[in-house]
Structures are given as structure tokens and as C-alpha cells.
Design a protein around this ligand. Sequence first.
Ligand SMILES: Cc1cc2nc3c(=O)[nH]c(=O)nc-3n(C[C@H](O)[C@H](O)[C@H](O)COP(=O)(O)O)c2cc1C
Length: 279
Amino acid sequence: MNFYEILMKRRSVRSFKDQKVPQQIIEELTDAANNAPSGGNIQPLSIIIIQDNEARKQLAQFLDGQPWVQNAPLSLLFCIDFYRVKKWASMSDSDFFGENAFLQFLIAYADVICAAQNVVILAESYGLGSIYVGSILTKINKVRKYFSIPNYVLPVISLSIGYPERIPEKICKLNKSVVVHKEKYGVMNDDGIGEAYNNKYKEFYDNFDKYLQKAYVEAIEYDKQLDTNMVEKLKERIEKFKIKNPAQFLFNIRYPAKAMVAMNKKLFRELKEAGFEFI
Ligand SMILES: Cc1cc2nc3c(=O)[nH]c(=O)nc-3n(C[C@H](O)[C@H](O)[C@H](O)COP(=O)(O)O)c2cc1C
């Protein structure tokens, strides 16, 4: 399989075999992370390797009980690390204020994601599966405390890795022509946008179970791994809130628009407590 084929077959994996990732592979995955592009090559990155059973269980609890986090034999916790950079700068009679410089923060966030994605791709090429968990940003304090993370270091994403038990077959994506623009940004008209998302989520209207398989496989995996009743509950909520289309499902139920804005308060407070403040 060539590289393109590997990338086109990659899926987020949420169900893992009870089989450890060999140390040699962990070394290579972390080498790939460390060799990722980095703005100015400053490398404001730290990665915590988590394999211990208790730590995996704790991490899963912090991350809303997502069972795949506990079940994966390996999680890598990717952090923006300005602690090390600041220390080095001050020891060198220099200043570093990345924790107050939003631009530098954004670049560091991009650095971290480049590193994490290197791991995803290399893992895939070794027949491993992986799943990002971004909800770590809603539990910064708890995660920092448990993993002894100092000020100026921010855990931003966790990546769970292991040998796949089940791999979701298909997932709906926008047509490439919607995403890719030639030379200049091409503004789509309302009909074009409607059609693009109708194509992406066409099963929503006539086969909700199939839609979930393609668009919200987490719900199915929750039910399989925790014996919950998430899919049924979702259907009840769709009725109750009179959800008529996939956008309403996403932004009224899964990521409620106002609640997402309301989360700013806690996020900014926890960022500040970690030493990051931009205004
Ligand atoms: C930044 C980021 C955060 C994510 N967080 C979660 C998460 O908390 N739980 C989860 O099950 N999947 C999470 N995912 C995986 C997405 O749900 C998944 O990438 C998306 O459904 C597309 O599926 P695919 O990766 O198979 O293409 C995350 C992905 C990204 C890039």
C-alpha cells in the first residue's frame, strides 16, 4: 500500500485489542513527533506517554468517560510546553512571553498538532489505529494536577493508540471540490452549500442508524463498550427537540452553540491558572 492509500484508508479507531504497542514502535512514534515541523524550530512541545492501567483509567474519566481512552494500551498526551522555553530564555538572559502572546500560542498549538499527526500517520502505517480526544481542553486543571504538569505547560490533545479491534468502514466527508479552492477563494451560494452538506449527510433523512455509523460512530461504540443506551437516547432527544436536519443535530444537541460559547469562561480561567493570559 502506498502512502496515499494509507492516508485514504485511515479512520479514527475507538476499539482496540488487548495488545501492547511494542517499545520500539513507541520510540519511533515519538521520534516522528519530535521531528515534526515547528515554527522557528522552537519546539514548545512535551509528550507524556501513558500506559499505566490506573493512569489510563483516570485519563478516560477526565475525558468524559470515553471508554476507548481506557481501553487503548497507549495514550500520548500532547502539551504546549512554554515552561522549558521560558526557563531556557531566562537562563540565556533573554525574554520569552509566549504565554501572553496569542500569535506564539497559535503557532505552538499548530506545532503540537503537527507532531501528533505525524504519530497518527506512522501508527497507521504500522497497522495501529488511533483516536484523538480533544475534550482535554475542558479538563485542563484536573489533567495538569494528575500528571504533575507545571505552569506554562498546557495539555491540548490526547491521542490513544493500539491495534484495532474494529475499524469504522466509511465516514461521510464533504466532497473535495467543496473544500479545495483554485487560486482564489470561491464563495459558494446558498444552494451550493445546502447541496454540499445534504450530500455529506444524506443518510440523516432516510436511515438514521446508517447516518450514525458514518457521522457519529462514537455513540455506537459507547453502547458497545459501556453497555449504555446512547443511540436510543439520541433518537429520543431528536424527537423531543424536534430536530429536523444534521446541522440542528450537531449544533443543538452534540455541540450546542450557546453552551460552546459559555465554555469560554472555564477555559479562559483554567488557561490563566496554567499561566496563559492573552488580554
Ligand atoms: C481535534 C480533534 C478532537 C477530537 N476529539 C474526539 C473526542 O473527544 N472523541 C472522539 O471519539 N473522537 C474525537 N475526534 C475524532 C473525530 O471524531 C474524527 O476525526 C471525525 O469523526 C472524523 O472521522 P475520521 O477520523 O475517521 O475521519 C477528534 C478529532 C480531532 C481532530
